[in-house]
Design a protein. Sequence first.
Length: 378
Amino acid sequence: MLNIAETLLQWCRDGRPFALATIVDVHGSAPLPIGTSVAVDADGNAVGSISGGCVEGAIYDMCQQVLAEGGPARRAWFGYSDDDAFAVGLTCGGELDILVQAVNPAMEQHITAAFEEAVHGRPVAVAQIVDGPPDLLGATVSICGDGQVISGVPDHGSNDTLAEEALALLRAGRTARVDLGGSGQGCPQPLSVLVHVHASRPRMLVFGAVDFASALSRAGAFLGYRVTVCDARPVFATAARFPFADEVVVDWPHRYLEHTEVDARTVVCVLTHDAKFDVPLLRLALDLPVGYVGAMGSRRTHDERLRMLRDKGVSEGQLARLRSPIGLDLGARTPEETAVAITAEIIAQNNKRSGLPLSQGSGPIHRSGQGKPLSRVS
C-alpha cells in the first residue's frame, strides 16, 4: 500500500472512502511483489497496479463491489489458466493472492498518519493482518522510525508482537510476510501479517572523484540510493562535478567511512584504484556489516591489492566479500556503461541471483518470498 501512499494520503485528507487491493502472497513468476496495491475510490478513480494489466479489470470490479456492499475484507486468487484463452488470469504463469478491503479514513485515522510518514520520506512500517480471525482481517499496526506505535488493531494481546516484527523489518528495510502465534511467541492466536516497509533510502558510498563516479552516482540516484561521493582531493571533490550525489565529502576515504553510518543495505564502491587510498579503506569496509563492497581495477591491480590486504591481516573470509574487478562482465568501456555493470552486480547480489542472461536459465523469473501453497478456499 505504501507504493501509492501519496494519493491515498490525499484521499484520506479529503475524507474519501476507498477500496484497497493488496498482493499478500506470490507464487511462481509474477510482475509485482507482495505489498503492492491498487486502490479505487467511490467515484471510480483508480491508482496503482498489481499485475501490470493482466487482472486489473477484475480487481477494479471487486474494489467497486467491496465499496458498495461494505462488510469484511475478502480474498481473490489469480493464476494462469489454459482452459479459456479469454479467462482472467496471469499470462506470466504465476499466482497472486489478493486481499481487498474497504477503508474509511474517518474511522481509521491511524493509517493516515502512516501515509503522512511515508510521503514525507520518514521511515514507517505498516503491519497488515492478512490471515487470521475474520474480525482482524485487514487491520493494521504502524510503527514509525522512532518506535512510536499507531494501531488500528483491537488490543487483544498481539499488538506488542506485531510491533516488534514490524520494527525489525523496518530496520532491515524489507517488506515481508511473517507468521505469528503459538506458544512462546507472545501472540494468543495464529496470525499471518504482511509488513509494508517504507525505509530511509539505502546508502551508496562512492570513493574516488573520477568520471566513473559521476556516472555511478547518477545510476545510484536513479535506483533510489542516497549517494555520497568522497575523495581526499578538494580540487576534484566538488558538488559541481557530481550533481546527482546527495553529498560530496572532502576527506580521506577510510577516515570518512570510519565515522559515517552504515547498515546491511549500504553499498561501498571503491573507484580510486590507488593503493594509498584503497588498502586502508577496504581493510575497514570488509570488516563492516555492509551489503556490498566492490573495487575498481585490473586483475593485476586486484591481485596486488589482495596481497597488501593479506599483509594487513585481512582474513580470507573477509576477502571473499570483495567484488573486484567491480561489476558484471558486460564489456563496459564508458563511464556510463561501467555504472550499469556495477549497479547490475549490486542488484544481482541483493537479490541473490546469478547475473546470467535470463535466456540461459530455467524456472520462474521472479522468486516467491513465500513457500506456502495457496489455499483455494475463499
